[in-house]
Design a protein. Structure first.
Ligand code: SF4
Ligand code: SF4
Ligand code: SF4
Lengths: 106, 178, 177, 133, 195, 372, 327, 184
């Protein structure tokens, strides 16, 4: 048990579980911000995978780190844009719940 | 940490703690007595004297009591400085409720003691004394009391809390003009 | 090789376990609570765990950045957005029906299982070549300046566009109010 | 993990524990030694503080688009820092002016965000004008 | 653009000036009065609660129980209780109750008092845990060791007794009830006078 | 669609400021509707310290009403004493000895300095700086000592009487006052350096809370608020009472209409008050301090009487309806803060919350005087 | 095993140091306030009021903790603890002396910032969890301010990293060498704006610790007691303690980055005493500033950061980059 | 500000408001120097009965006002307009309960917040049982609070006032404390 940290699989499983939680939240969450939170989980699941591969497999250990850094940057940008969109949606429809937004179409 | 509400008849006894033994209680009381944080709660003229007593000349901070906290949650003693009227009374009650134990009340000024100069038969708006609805611990008479009296009141409260007085008593003297 | 519990390695193992727990608990809080602000807190907790994992993966810099960016910035921004858009969650509760919850659980479980299965059973090659550098901060910086310099600049443009876009979007309603 | 990193971790963990102790300890003491009830007059001990009044409306309010704007800009700059740190660390070891140019470019592009926001009036806190009702 | 920098510079300068001033104050001695250890002397005009003034000659109060102070007081905090004593000119003050808790220290009572029997005390640091402490009996306060009896003027007493006698006789003339009690009382008072 | 139906246009919320709040100088309550950081509507709610002064005027005899005058605006109580004395003297046609008038002016101006000092300190404290308050209070204590030595009280003076003053001033007081003014004069530039010139404070005050002269007129605002809006109006000048016409002083007027202007008016008034006091001390005549033949039981003739004075916060005036008995039939007190604060609601629309509180502070309200 | 003993002794040492600081900085502040304001300050409780902090601490600990009815209980209780953790944790990296340092991290500098940013979130959580409007607003303000000032701080730190090429705090100090002209603040050869940079960093640390004139978090004049309005007793006490701990950390960091840490200004006897001296001098400046200035407005504060500090630090960054290449 | 004009217009206003029935021959408006000059008995008698509409030029030194005009309740808005046009300030609004006459009186105190000293008192009497009077809030914003207070204290109903709610008294107060028949 105590040597778990030295196995690639541990990280991969954690990444997978985070990813799963992300998907779970994405489906379950009724509101846009909730979904955004789940997306962040998905992204971090992916980052964990990258880092794990980087650590255990990659020949150049900077690659994975840089990719993770890029993921962070992208995640931040995505969060900024997404939140602004959410706000714009909220402004216009006074709701950020997906159901309400779906109803709007009909 | 719960707040089991006790019956609304207010005694002047502080509810007990989970763990308590005598020596510790004494120590706690000593600490409390020396760190009485009043609530920023000025009502009328007396509040100015309260302010004065926090200022340079009189300096409540010498007794560790200058930390006027704006939030009732952080204060130990409510100095009712001024007239309470019927419109204010509910607010005072709420503020008192919102203070955490142990808490004390000082009625500063004649208004807080009995309605002061504003009581007359048939008056319609002044509450005749804070002690009609609050468990007042110390009364400081005067209209307004001098800041010294407020300090004296705090010392009196400390005496009430710890059971003995650490400071000398001052006998008023009059200046002789010559 | 099973280190004793009280050797540094053993303690590190314990910490690792704790970190996994933290990550998982964070993820659970982030997805399962009804209050959005709690979700954000959960997300923050989860990120703290993930940062710890990164640390174990030998890149303290990324771990710290995870804290700085995700906990310190992204979570804060999301919290502000929540403050603006959905401060009271009373409405939320009724929306989560058993059905969508079940569906979500199935979806998530499926993905997680599939990925984990693939991961565990995948035949990952051990690195054939010797590692070229130690992956330290300096190395990252150097590669950013050389190999990835284009990306480095592009990132700034992406950020600029994102920020300008976000500002435009967020401001669009400001004057109307 | 190397010994160095391992010890780093242990120190961090130990001090985190220390911090938790600093946080929990007093609360535990408070739990044990604080009075168990509150003397009340009107049973309002636990209502939120609002200057002695009952609260109007819900406590969780919609609030502060401007804070949000600032947070957005912060997000961008934080990421900016994220990249600048390694670059700065490597800067000294990197001969020639290429690094300098890259940093200048990077910073300049990001500064555009401030310039934009400045022009857009994010930093302006002017009095709002309402038409008289 | 130059405004941008001059703003900064003037701003910083103003901040520095502020720091200088507080620093100077820091180095000067505090002016605090260490109250319980030292105290100011009150000015003679200080208005504490009112008190009866001891007449230095007689050692008694000067109050003639006229009730003017009571009537003039806006808050009605004075109650003068007096009774007629044989052999004493005017009424004798038996109690002077001041309910200090409603007093506004306006001075109306002092002004209204013709003989100047009351004045302001110098008590400036009252505090107590009981409200009742501030309902003073000023007479008792004036004489903490016991209220002395007013001096009886024998002549007046005689006159009074005579008057009483006369009244009695007049009354007796009308009806004829017993006439014992006044004599006994008079005897008692005389005995006291001797001692 | 259900949740969309209940959409409201502005994202507002209500906030309650006061009655127990450090920024409201006592127990003013302001119900604020906020729109983000901006104020949509700020409605002052009064009455938390309503003390029935007007009703008491109908219940107490003329003499017994004195103590109330010290408790309206307890910070400039002497001016209030002055107004009441003036009112009844006007009704009864009592001529006040000149020395008494000079004493009245001296004490009133000392009181004004004291009030402005406290106002200055408390205002800066509202803005988050504690130290100036302490310095101001230190100076103020010196004034209080002086006033205590003549009036016997520190705050709620009940010093004037119909026809004069309660007691005469002595040489100690005169030398003390001169010494005080000498000490106090150089302090004001220090305050200006420490506070007024401070960039943080300027940032907070300049341009904040604009109140136009027209608005002042509509709301009846007076005192430093009006003078900070560029109107040269001071009862001491425009409707002279007591011995003010014989004294030479300036009325500070600022045209900026903002909080800074109001603040500066107060600061400058302190200097002017010093001037007045010095002149009055120089001119102080000998003589009695009480008019002769003031009846104990006052019975002013029937009719309405009005008298106005310049208190520290503006025009305080009293209107009494006398029915010829020993109490007044109706006693109306017009307090300056009441009018000054009544413009707050209109003026604060669209301000930022902290600006609004800085603005409120610049009106320098004393709540018991508003509520009466 | 040796390592373990070292760790434990450092833990105890830091805990003691911290405890003393938390208690007596409050005392220093109140006493200082007193003297700045022509009064004496705490005096009667123990000699010179030295027992005052003990009394306060004991009192706070025996004070009831009321959880407001519509607070989010979990968040409400978490916040004070959460804010305490980074405050204590960060002491792990502070080099008090060349060899008196709990642990030399080679990413020490960034670690400071990373953990400190957690504190901001906990303020927000505390403010939100209280279920009180004032707390919420003040929390939002405090965090907004924290994040606004984190940027110039980070940029300045990057500057230092660029100069020293290291993020190890002890290494940064070592590179500054003894004699005060070697300190980063006076290293004009690296960038002429270095003193300005120091000023920027100093102002930022004022703001990061929510001190006057930037005490938006508890702006009494507006929002009752700010984000800890609903916290009484020890909850409030923890916030206060965290503030002081952050104060020490902020000053330490400034000392390390700009004032040469434990290096001696005159070239002799380098050691922890110099560090403490410089650090407490800065702390004293904080106190001094607090009792001199009024509070800024909220937007003034944000704008100060975005309009002045950030542009300055960006320019400084570029200048340093240039200077390093040129010289 | 034009004193003469104000006087003229207010005079006219008061005249217009005089009840039509007791038409006096030539001088419907009594303009008189007030006080003892008018003969004591007459003045006394006049003071016994409720005062009639009209304008009195009062002596400032004795009364503290220059003009004292009584008009009909429905004319107060017009009066306010006139005075507003001349740049006067509404200093206060007061009520008096004349219980013997069964009337409530509303007093408006105008002054001039500028160089010149000029004080005008405008009064109007309303029936005690139906105390309605139009508001002047829309002309003088400051009247808002004064009127509200007068309503609260005396129960004078200012028609058209935007917010006649309790102000100084607790929200549940149901008495008018300044009325003479008020018993707590
Ligand atoms: S006791 Fe006197 S000074 Fe104090 S509030 Fe009442 S009236 Fe004012
Ligand atoms: S001072 Fe005034 S209130 Fe006090 S007892 Fe004398 S008359 Fe009454
Ligand atoms: S104290 Fe003076 S006024 Fe009062 S009853 Fe005695 S003599 Fe008369």
């Amino acid at each position: 048990m105590l040597t778990l940290s030295t196995h690639l699989n541990t990280y991969l499983v954690i990444g997978a579980v985070l990813f799963g939680f992300g998907i779970f939240g994405l489906v379950r969450r009724p509101s846009l911000i909730g979904m955004l939170i789940s997306v962040e989980l998905v992204l971090s699941g992916a980052s964990v995978n990258f880092m794990a591969f980087n650590h255990f497999l990659a020949p150049d250990p900077t690659v994975g780190q840089i990719i993770t850094l890029f993921i962070m940057a992208i995640a931040a940008a995505e969060a900024a844009i997404a939140l602004s969109i959410v706000l714009a949606v909220y402004r216009n429809y006074k709701s950020i719940e997906t159901e309400d937004l779906v109803e709007l179409k009909g | 940490m719960g707040t089991e509400s006790i019956p609304t008849t207010v005694e002047s006894v502080i509810p007990p703690a989970l763990v308590q033994f005598h020596q510790l209680d004494k120590l706690r009381m000593l600490a409390r007595a020396n760190s009485l944080w009043p609530m920023t709660f000025g009502l009328a003229c007396c509040a100015i004297e309260m302010l004065s007593s926090g200022c340079a000349r009189f300096d409540l901070s010498r007794f560790g009591a200058e930390v006027f906290r704006p939030s009732p949650r952080q204060s130990d003693v409510m100095i009712v400085a001024g007239t309470i009227n019927k419109k204010m009374m509910p607010a005072v009650k709420i503020l008192y409720d919102q203070m955490p134990e142990p808490k004390w009340v000082i009625a500063m000024g004649n208004c807080a003691i009995s309605g002061g100069p504003f009581v007359y038969p048939g008056q319609y708006n002044v509450v005749e004394g804070a002690d009609t609805f609050l468990p007042v611990d110390v009364y400081i008479p005067g209209c307004p009391p001098r800041p010294e009296a407020l300090i004296e009141g705090l010392l009196e409260l400390e005496e009430k809390i710890t059971g003995n007085r650490r400071w000398p008593r001052v006998k008023p003297e009059t200046m002789v003009k010559g | 090789m099973n280190p004793s519990l009280f050797s540094p390695e053993g303690l590190a193992g314990v910490i690792f376990l704790i970190l996994i727990c933290v990550t998982m608990i964070g993820a659970i809080i982030a997805t399962c609570t009804t209050r959005l602000i709690r979700s954000v807190s959960g997300l923050a907790v989860c990120f703290v765990g993930v940062a710890g994992l990164y640390y174990f993966l030998n890149s303290p810099f990324v771990a710290m950045m995870e804290l700085l960016i995700y906990v310190g910035a992204v979570c804060v921004t999301i919290a502000f957005a929540i403050m603006l858009a959905e401060p009271d969650e009373a409405k939320q509760a009724r929306k989560i029906t058993g059905l969508s919850g079940g569906l979500a659980a199935i979806c998530g479980g499926f993905f997680a299982y599939a990925l984990a299965y693939a991961a565990v059973n995948g035949k990952w090659m051990t690195p054939a070549v010797k590692r070229v550098n130690d992956g330290s901060l300096k190395e990252i910086g150097l590669s950013l300046l050389t190999r990835y310099s284009m990306v480095f600049e592009l990132v700034s443009i992406v950020l600029l566009i994102a920020i300008v876009g976000a500002l435009v979007l967020a401001q669009s309603g400001r004057d109307k109010a | 993990m190397e010994q160095q990193a391992l010890l780093d971790l242990l120190y961090i963990a130990a001090f985190t524990l220390c911090g938790l102790a600093f946080g929990f300890g007093p609360l535990l003491i408070v739990y044990l030694f604080s009075p168990r009830g509150t003397r009340q007059l009107v049973n309002k001990t636990r209502i939120p503080i609002e200057c002695g009044m009952l609260t109007i409306g819900p406590a969780w309010i919609r609030y502060g688009i401007l804070y949000y704007l600032y947070a957005l800009m912060f997000l961008a700059f934080d990421v900016d820092v994220l990249f600048l740190f390694p670059v700065a660390a490597a800067y000294n070891d990197f001969p020639g002016y290429r690094g300098f140019v890259e940093i200048v470019l990077f910073v300049a592009i990001l500064s555009l965000a401030i310039v934009y926001a400045w022009n857009k009036g994010v930093f302006k806190w002017e009095r709002k004008v309402y038409q008289q009702q | 653009m130059s405004g941008y920098f001059t703003d900064i510079i003037t701003g910083l300068k103003s901040l520095a000036v502020g720091l200088q001033i507080t620093n100077k104050e820091f180095l000067t001695k505090p002016i605090t009065l260490q109250y319980p250890h030292e105290a100011v002397k009150m000015t003679p005009r200080y208005r504490g609660h009112i008190e009866l003034i001891k007449d230095p000659e007689t050692g008694m109060n000067k109050c003639i129980s006229c009730g003017m102070c009571e009537k003039g007081c806006p808050s009605g905090c004075i109650t003068v209780k007096s009774e007629k004593r044989p052999g004493v000119k005017g009424k004798v003050l038996t109690a002077y109750i001041l309910n200090f808790t409603t007093c506004s220290l306006c001075g109306q009572c002092v002004e209204n008092c013709k003989p100047g029997a009351i004045g302001f005390s110098n008590e400036y640091n009252l505090a107590s845990t009981r409200r009742e402490d501030y309902i003073f009996d000023l007479l008792r306060k004036l004489h903490p060791e016991g209220i002395p009896e007013p001096e009886v003027d024998p002549e007046l007493l005689k006159k009074e007794l005579e008057k009483q006698e006369a009244a009695k006789q007049a009354a007796a003339a009308k009806k004829e009830p017993a006439k014992k009690a006044p004599a006994a009382e008079g005897g008692e008072l005389k005995a006291e006078e001797k001692s | 669609m259900s949740s969309l139906a209940q959409s409201h246009l502005r994202e507002t919320f209500e906030l309650n400021i006061g009655p127990q709040h450090p920024a409201t100088h006592g127990v003013l309550r302001i119900k604020v509707v906020m729109d983000g950081e901006y104020i949509d509507r700020a409605e002052p709610i009064l009455g938390y310290i309503h003390r029935m002064h007007e009703k008491m005027g109908e219940n107490r005899t003329w003499n017994q009403f004195w103590p109330n005058m010290g408790r309206l605006d307890y910070l400039s109580a002497i001016a209030y004493n002055h107004c009441y004395a003036g009112l009844v003297e006007r009704a009864m046609e009592i001529v006040v000895p000149e020395r008494a008038e000079y004493i009245r002016v001296i004490t009133a101006e000392l009181n004004r300095i004291q009030s402005h000092l406290l106002g200055f300190g408390a205002y800066i404290m509202d803005l988050g700086g504690f130290t100036p308050l302490m310095y101001a209070m230190d100076e103020r204590e010196q004034i209080l000592d002086l006033l205590e030595s003549v009036t016997g009280s520190r705050l709620t003076y009940c010093y004037f009487r119909f026809g004069g003053v309660y007691n005469d001033i002595d040489d100690d007081f005169i030398t003390g006052t001169r010494a005080f003014i000498k000490r106090f004069r150089p302090q004001i530039p220090i305050y200006h350096k420490l506070v007024t010139g401070n960039v943080i404070l300027m940032d907070r005050l300049i341009g904040v809370g604009p109140v136009s002269a027209e608005m002042c007129r509509k709301y009846g605002a007076t005192g430093p608020v009006l003078r900070g809006s560029g109107v040269n109006y001071d009862i001491r000048r425009n409707e002279p009472y007591s011995v003010y016409p014989e004294l030479d002083f300036d009325i500070p007027v600022y045209k900026e209409c903002d909080s800074m202007a109001r603040y500066m008016v107060r600061m400058d008034e302190m200097v002017q008050s010093c001037r007045i006091i010095e002149q009055a001390l120089d001119k102080l005549p000998e003589g009695p301090v009480m008019a002769e033949k003031v009846p104990k039981a006052l019975k002013p003739p029937k009719g309405d009487f009005h008298f106005a004075v310049e208190a520290a916060r503006g025009t305080f005036s009293m209107r009494t309806v006398s029915d010829g008995t020993n109490t007044s039939y109706r006693m109306r007190l017009r307090s300056p803060t009441y009018s000054n604060v009544s413009l707050f609601e209109e003026a604060s629309r669209g301000m930022l919350l902290s600006d609004a509180l800085a603005f409120l502070g610049s009106l320098d309200p004393v709540i018991p005087e508003m509520d009466r | 095993m040796n390592e373990l003993i070292r760790l434990l002794s450092y833990m105890i040492g830091i805990a003691a140091f911290l405890g003393l600081n938390l208690a007596y900085l409050g005392w220093v502040e109140r006493k200082g306030a007193g003297h700045f304001q022509r009064r004496t300050g705490p005096k009667e409780v123990g000699p010179y009021g030295l027992l005052q902090p003990l009394a306060d601490g004991l009192k706070l600990m025996s004070k009831q903790l009321i959880i407001p009815a519509n607070a989010d209980k979990a968040l409400y209780m978490c916040a004070p603890i959460l804010i305490m953790v980074p405050a204590v944790l960060l002491f792990v990296a502070i080099p008090f002396g060349e060899h008196l340092v709990p642990r030399e991290f080679n990413f020490g500098l960034i670690m400071m910032f990373a953990f400190a940013s957690v504190g901001g979130l906990s303020i927000l959580i505390g403010g939100w969890g209280s279920g009180n409007k004032y707390s919420l607003i003040a929390g939002a303000r405090a965090v907004s301010q924290n994040v606004a000032y984190e940027i110039p701080m980070l940029l300045t730190a990057i500057n230092i990293v660029m100069i020293t090429g290291s993020m190890d705090l002890n290494e940064i100090i070592r590179q500054q060498g003894s004699y005060f002209w070697n300190w980063n603040i006076f290293r004009l050869d690296k960038s002429v704006l270095m003193p300005v940079s120091f000023l920027v960093f100093f102002i930022c640390s004022l703001a990061e610790t929510n001190r006057t004139p930037f005490d938006m978090g508890e702006c009494e004049g507006e929002l009752v007691a700010g984000y800890h309005t609903e916290y009484g007793g020890m909850g409030f006490g923890l916030f206060m303690m965290a503030e002081y701990a952050n104060l020490v950390i902020g000053c330490s960091l400034t000392t390390i980055l700009f004032l040469g840490g434990w290096q001696s200004p005159i070239g002799i006897w380098p050691g922890p005493h110099w560090f403490l001296l410089k650090m407490y001098f800065l702390v004293w400046c904080f106190v001094w500033i607090r009792w001199t200035y009024p509070r800024t407005t909220f937007w003034g504060l944000l704008n100060l950061s975005w309009k002045y500090l950030i542009p300055f630090s960006l320019v400084n960054l570029l200048l340093t980059a240039l200077f390093i290449k040129v010289f | 500000m034009d004193r003469a004009k104000i006087k003229r217009e207010l005079e006219n206003l008061a005249a217009a408001g005089l009840p039509a029935e007791p038409v006096q021959e030539k001088a419907p408006v009594e303009v008189q120097a007030e006080g003892e000059a008018g003969g004591k008995e007459k003045a006394k008698k006049a003071e016994e009965a409720p005062r009639k509409n009209g304008l009195i030029e009062t002596e400032y030194a004795k009364r503290g006002a220059h003009l004292d005009v009584q008009i009909n309740p429905d004319q107060v808005v017009r009066a306010a307009e006139i005075l507003d046009g001349e740049g006067m300030t509404l200093e206060m609004v007061t009520g008096v309960d004349w219980i013997k006459d069964g009337q409530l009186e509303v007093i408006y105190d105008y002054s001039h917040a500028g160089g010149q000293l000029f004080r005008v008192v405008v009064r109007a009497r309303v029936d005690r049982n139906k105390p309605d009077i139009p508001t002047v809030c829309h002309i003088y914003g400051g009247a808002n609070w004064h009127e509200r207070e007068t309503w609260e204290m005396l129960g004078i109903n200012f028609a058209g006032h935007p917010q006649l709610e309790h102000f100084l008294l607790p929200e549940d107060a149901d008495f008018y404390p300044l009325r003479k028949d008020f018993k707590p």
